[in-house]
Design a protein around this ligand. Structure first.
Ligand code: ADP
Length: 198
């Protein structure tokens, strides 16, 4: 089978992209590649990379682009990502979009769709404060949340214009039940000829 499913899921912090990313990955039989998860696993595992990024991520700042892109290139080179993947949290700014384009273009590949989970800022903040209580993440403080949302609005939201010009963005209403939102995503992907295979 040669069908590919190369997806990016984008949305503000608290939009539910982690949860939906896993659901998409299971339905299409492709791995989720979440830069946030990779960084947290390295921090918890006490690796050299973890030591390099722990203060940056705790502040809610972005890890340097070249370092982040190198990690993603490595991960996407693994065999399980050969026919597709769901990128979550990367690319997060224009420079990273260029890095990903270079990498995928070099392999004759491109993203098939970009799923934008649309959630109002107030809703994001509410959900993140809840998560802060449940998961105790170092960056889920009131200041950390506001800082990350600011970076999202300034640096990440503009990448949607770039992908929008390519005609690959599906804007999904991210308010509703988890199942409703999953259905909306699957319907949008099906309309692109990307049908659930697993
Ligand atoms: P959230 O979306 O809630 O901010 P993530 O799990 O996606 O959380 O990311 C957590 C942190 O990891 C970010 O605040 C940032 O410090 C770092 N990070 C994740 N992805 C990237 C990226 N693409 N570029 C730079 N830093 C990143």
């Amino acid at each position: 089978m040669t069908a590919s499913t190369r997806l990016l899921i984008v949305g503000p912090q608290g939009s539910g992209k982690g949860t939906q990313g896993v659901r998409i990955s299971e339905a299409f039989g492709v791995p989720v590649v979440s830069t946030g998860d990779i960084f947290r696993a390295n921090i918890n595992g006490g690796t050299e990379l973890g030591a390099q990024v722990s203060e940056i991520t705790a502040r809610g700042d972005l890890v340097p682009d070249e370092l982040t892109s190198e990690i993603v290139r490595d991960r996407l080179s693994d065999e399980d990502a050969a026919n597709g993947f769901v990128l979550d949290g990367y690319p997060r700014n224009a420079v990273q979009v260029g890095h990903l384009d270079d990498f995928l273009g070099g392999r004759g590949e491109a993203l098939d769709a970009v799923i934008l989970l649309d959630v109002p800022r107030e809703e994001s903040i509410g959900r993140l404060q809840l998560r802060a209580h449940e998961q105790g993440r170092a960056d889920d403080t009131v200041e950390g949340i506001a800082h990350r949302l600011d970076i999202y609005e300034k640096e990440t939201a503009p990448i949607l214009d770039v992908y929008g010009e390519r005609g690959i963005v599906d804007r999904i209403d991210g308010v509703g039940s988890l199942d409703e939102i999953t259905e909306r995503i699957f319907a949008a992907l099906a309309a692109r000829g990307l049908a659930v295979t697993v």
